[in-house]
Design a protein around this ligand. Structure first.
Ligand code: HDE
Length: 682
């Protein structure tokens, strides 16, 4: 490949540049390029007369508007995306011939879309749900899509059940409720009648379903794929994305309140982090199982309701993805991007996982209706950065102008080109797996254990995580109207843990099951968020400041927080400037009403000696609610009075003291812990 066509970190950006348009400062024209002289009044027969058909400007403007919407994704409709770069840490040539993994330091442009699954395009973001984590690698050998989720297991084992599962979790058809929620009868009725859901439901009831940020969750390819090297040797592989900020979650009460206070909470967080230069980073990890070890485990590698415990099959970190650029236009990029689990490059191949196999059909099929025809690969965001040539022609919206007489293979007139490339020349060769069997509609015996890993997940949780799972079950089943639905669900989950199911049963008015699983079997400590990376970097602190605050000391605290990469926002009674005792000034970012304690990771109360009654009331609310959500609370000077009034002193994560002393360091240490579960909340 010559220098000009070499693919690098900026290749996609350079390609997109050809399609960007800046309209500011330009003359207004029709789509035909005719300058428009008037854009406020339609053409009429007399000032008070009817509008005339010949008003081509009106017709064009209105027609385009009438057709602005496209169908939303049938699942994962609500999403947000960013551009970035993937850098390989080392050559993986011994495992795969995929070129983007073949060389230390090799950079490949990527586009990542995060999403919720069940809600419509305009639904709230902090709902209890799985999050999609889809990555398009624009490699020199074509696009590779790793279309994953933030949970490593799925709800069903065979793709044929996907429409049923999605119908069950989506709003109920007779009244279209509830939106973006699994807490309703049809989902739980489906669960009890399709018990392969047990393991994924445990994840859905856990804190993983409430990510604090798209930047603070891990991603999983879920299925077993194959790596194939140049010698044709295959290994099973599972892909993992590991956030360098660790995995952190909201609490349920907070998540529900954020849905009202800021339904865009997760996208705002991603957008602002990138704008601030706090680029989200995820390391790519692979788990490898040699083909010959396929049957050595107590689960079937092809079963997507099973994870590969990382204590048994370690994760090797092979590269890092950095998201460093927001999109220019959400519709053109985020909405029109078309991912497909079947977009692979030489060196990556499929396993026989029946869930994956069905996905290989569904993704192109859905783009045909969503993006209106077979040319969606020509949309700027979907174009590979390497050249592409074949004999496919025409269709709605075709943009490529294929020159020449020939559009078929084989041919003589164009010297039999475009010509297939041999595998040695980069042609994709399907892995030659030896297959034999009868055509059957059946589930393998090895897929029939639905509870061992669900129990492993429960056993691996810390005490607060277990409590949250029980609360989640109690909320979700409590929202089900049919008693039989609640009963069937608690009876089913007794197979995961009897005590857990009995507690939930009592909470939701069901009969506590008498028998079930009481064994504490296998655990996988890596599954608990207690054991995740903890860092204060990029956390958002709301600082309550009133006129006359202790400015000198507070400035020192701000400096200390910022030095550790924390974000500081000033909250006060009114917008404008807030002035300290010694004349120091800060601009107020938010008033008590435009912000809310649920939008911050920590609250730092300073106040001043002479705040109004309204200020005092709001400050007490901010401090109290942060405390109830187990967040770090700091107070110095006059801010201490709200801590004292609520009897919070001495509780874990409540830091008081002099801003001159060790306050800042102690407060940062408290923020690093994320939440203080050992706190006594009434
Ligand atoms: Fe998807 N899935 N899925 N899915 N999926 C879609 O494709 C489907 C599954 C995932 O940000 C759809 O373009 C079937 C597992 C993500 O654009 C659709 C089955 C995993 C996204 C589709 C699954 C995913 C989708 C809807 C079971 C994790 C959003 C719109 C056999 C490994 C991608 C679209 C984006 C989107 C089908 C199961 C992840 C209909 C049939 C398992 C992240 O094609």
């Amino acid at each position: 490949m010559d220098k000009k066509t070499k693919i690098g970190a900026d290749s996609k950006d350079e390609q997109l540049e050809q399609f960007r348009s800046d309209d500011a400062g330009k003359d207004l024209t029709t789509n035909q390029g005719v300058k428009v002289s008037e854009d406020e009044f339609s053409l009429k027969a007399g000032e008070r007369g009817p509008t005339l058909m010949e008003d081509f400007h009106f017709r064009e403007k209105m027609t385009h508007f009438d057709h602005e919407r496209i169908p939303e994704r049938v699942v994962h409709a609500r999403g947000y995306a960013a551009h970035g770069v993937f850098e390989a840490y080392d050559s993986l040539e011994h495992l795969t011939k995929a070129k983007f993994l073949s060389e230390k330091g090799k950079k490949t442009p990527v586009f990542v879309r995060f999403s919720t699954v069940a809600g419509s395009r305009g639904s709230a973001e902090t709902v209890r749900d799985v999050r999609g984590f889809a990555t398009k690698f624009y490699t020199e050998e074509g696009n590779y899509d790793l279309v994953g989720n933030n949970m490593p297991v799925f709800f069903i084992q065979d793709a044929i059940k996907f429409p049923d599962f999605v119908h069950a979790v989506k709003p109920e058809p007779h009244n279209e409720m509830p939106q973006a929620a699994s807490a309703h009868d049809t989902l739980w009725d489906f669960v009890a009648h399709n018990q392969e859901t047990a393991h994924a439901i445990m994840w859905l009831m856990s804190d993983r379903a409430l990510p604090r940020s798209f930047r603070m969750m891990d991603g999983f390819g879920v299925h077993a794929f194959r790596f194939v090297n140049a010698e044709g040797k295959s290994h099973f592989v599972k892909f993992n994305w590991k956030s360098t900020l660790g995995v952190h979650s909201l609490v349920w009460d907070e998540a529900q309140k954020i849905s009202g206070k800021d339904p865009d909470f997760n996208r705002r967080d991603l957008y602002e982090a990138i704008e601030n230069g706090d680029y989200p980073e995820f390391e790519l990890g692979v788990q490898i199982i040699p083909e010959e070890d396929e049957h050595k485990f107590d689960f079937d590698l092809l079963d997507a309701t099973k994870l590969w415990p990382q204590e048994e099959i370690p994760i090797q970190i092979v590269g890092k993805m950095t998201l460093n650029r927001n999109v220019d236009n959400v519709f053109a990029e985020t909405e029109q991007v078309a991912f497909h689990a079947g977009h692979v490059v030489p060196g990556i191949d499929f396993s026989n996982d029946p869930l994956l196999q069905g996905r290989l059909f569904s993704y192109t099929d859905t783009q045909l209706i969503r993006l209106g025809g077979p040319n969606f690969h020509e949309l700027p965001i979907n174009r590979p950065v390497c050249p592409f040539h074949n004999n496919q022609r025409d269709g709605y919206g075709r943009q490529t102008i294929n020159r020449g007489q020939v559009s078929y293979h084989k041919n003589g007139l164009a010297n039999n080109t475009p010509a297939p490339a041999s595998p040695a020349d980069g042609g994709f060769e399907h892995y030659q797996e030896k297959m034999e069997g009868r055509k059957v509609r059946a589930r393998s015996e090895s897929f029939k254990d639905h509870f061992s890993q669900a129990a492993m997940f429960w056993n691996s949780m810390s005490a607060p995580e277990k409590e949250h799972i029980i609360e989640a079950f109690s909320f979700e089943l409590g929202k089900c109207k049919e008693k039989v639905v609640r009963q069937n669900a608690v009876d089913m989950f007794a197979n995961v843990n009897l005590e857990m199911a009995q507690t939930v049963a009592k909470n939701v008015g069901a009969v506590p099951p008498e028998s079930g699983n009481t064994e504490i079997g296998k655990t996988s400590p890596a599954l608990s968020q207690e054991n995740t990376i903890k860092t204060p970097a990029t956390r958002k602190v709301g600082v309550l400041l009133g006129d006359g605050f202790e400015d000198k000391e507070v400035s020192k605290v701000f400096d200390a927080l910022k030095a550790k990469g924390l974000q500081v926002e000033i909250v006060s009674e009114m917008q404008g400037m807030v002035t300290g005792k010694n004349g120091g000034e800060f601009e107020v970012d938010h008033t008590f009403t435009t912000a809310d304690p649920v939008l911050y990771d920590a609250i730092y109360a300073v106040g001043s000696a002479s705040v109004s009654r309204k200020f005092a009331k709001e400050a007490a609310r901010y401090v109290g609610e942060a405390f109830d959500h187990y967040k770090p609370v700091g107070a110095t000077h006059d801010g201490m009075k709200w801590i004292e009034a609520a009897h919070m002193q001495g509780q874990p994560g409540v830091i008081t003291g002099s801003a001159d002393g060790s306050f800042a360091a102690d407060f940062i240490a408290a923020i690093t812990k994320h939440r203080h579960w050992d706190r006594q909340v009434e």
